[in-house]
Design a protein around this ligand. Structure first.
Ligand SMILES: [Zn+2]
Length: 65
């Protein structure tokens, strides 16, 4: 059984524990990290789509002048 430090209070908790026995904080799981990365990718993707849309609209508007 591996031990990891709680990221909130620093207590040593089992990596299999669902939450910290001292403060109740949930340990950062691989799935949680993946979800965080997934959200970041969605946000970046949304920003890229907005920028590309803006560039296309700008080019279309410019071609009329
Ligand atoms: Zn804790």
């Amino acid at each position: 059984m591996a031990l990891a430090n709680c990221r909130d209070c620093g207590a040593q908790i089992s990596t299999t524990a669902k939450s910290c026995p001292r403060c109740g904080a949930k340990p950062r799981s691989a799935l949680g990290a993946l979800a965080t990365i997934g959200k970041a990718v969605v946000h970046v993707g949304f920003a890229v789509v907005l920028i590309v849309t803006f560039i296309i609209v700008f080019r279309v508007v410019s071609s009329y002048q």
